[in-house]
Write a protein that binds this ligand. Structure first.
Ligand SMILES: [Zn+2]
Length: 208
């Protein structure tokens, strides 16, 4: 299990860690650390780029065994202490898009009862797949509502709850996970179970 620093500190851009393992792959090496601030591709949010010591990070994978694997361009010896640095421009863009997605999905849900089935964040655009067709006026209304919450600069809080506690909370989407849930709480607007990284206040999303 890799300790995920981005859960508690999404604004952290550098960290120290110990190399647990380093295995050759078709291209480069797959490195596991004892802890990391690198976000792996997960839940619609793409992986971070950056560096581990002199090595460039080219992909970050959330492995089924609970480890986060960093795909890098050179060997890092197990046991070595290394400094990690996140490409903050890319990561912050993902945090803005991801937080904006929460706002837009919540707006569709609150205004029209339309559910978000899935979403995708990319370098140039973000897309949301809705549960049913919406009209142009509805799209404008949802965007206006999401932007209103941006301009109010509301706090975005991270909370945790057991699955039983969460079942009694007004989550936008029921979570099927068991054990502790990580909840993203946009004050008086949206409460969602999510493992991604988000801005601290809605104003940082920018215009939707
Ligand atoms: Zn999220």
């Amino acid at each position: 299990m890799t300790t995920r620093l981005y859960y508690a500190e999404p604004y952290r851009t550098s960290f120290s860690a110990t190399v647990v393992s380093c295995a050759p792959r078709d291209f480069g090496f797959e490195v596991v650390l004892d802890q990391t601030a690198f976000y792996p591709t997960s839940g619609g949010q793409p992986y971070d780029l950056g560096s581990l010591g002199d090595a460039r990070v080219q992909d970050v994978v959330d492995r089924e065994d609970g480890a986060i694997a960093h795909v890098v361009d050179r060997h890092l010896p197990p046991g070595a202490r290394i400094e990690g640095a996140i490409d903050w421009t890319r990561r912050f863009d993902h945090m803005q898009q991801h937080s904006g997605q929460h706002l837009l999905s919540a707006a569709y849900d609150r205004l029209f009862g339309v559910r978000t089935e899935s979403f995708h964040l990319g370098a140039t655009s973000a897309t949301i797949d809705l549960g049913r067709e919406v009209t142009s006026p509805q799209i404008r209304a949802a965007e206006d509502e999401a932007n209103r919450i941006v301009w109010e600069n509301r706090p975005v809080l991270v909370r945790s709850a057991s699955a039983e506690e969460a079942a009694a909370m007004p989550l936008r989407k029921k979570s099927l996970r068991t054990g502790a849930l990580r909840l993203i709480d946009i004050e008086d607007f949206d409460l969602s179970a999510c493992g991604g990284t988000h801005v601290a206040h809605t104003g940082a999303v920018g215009v939707i």
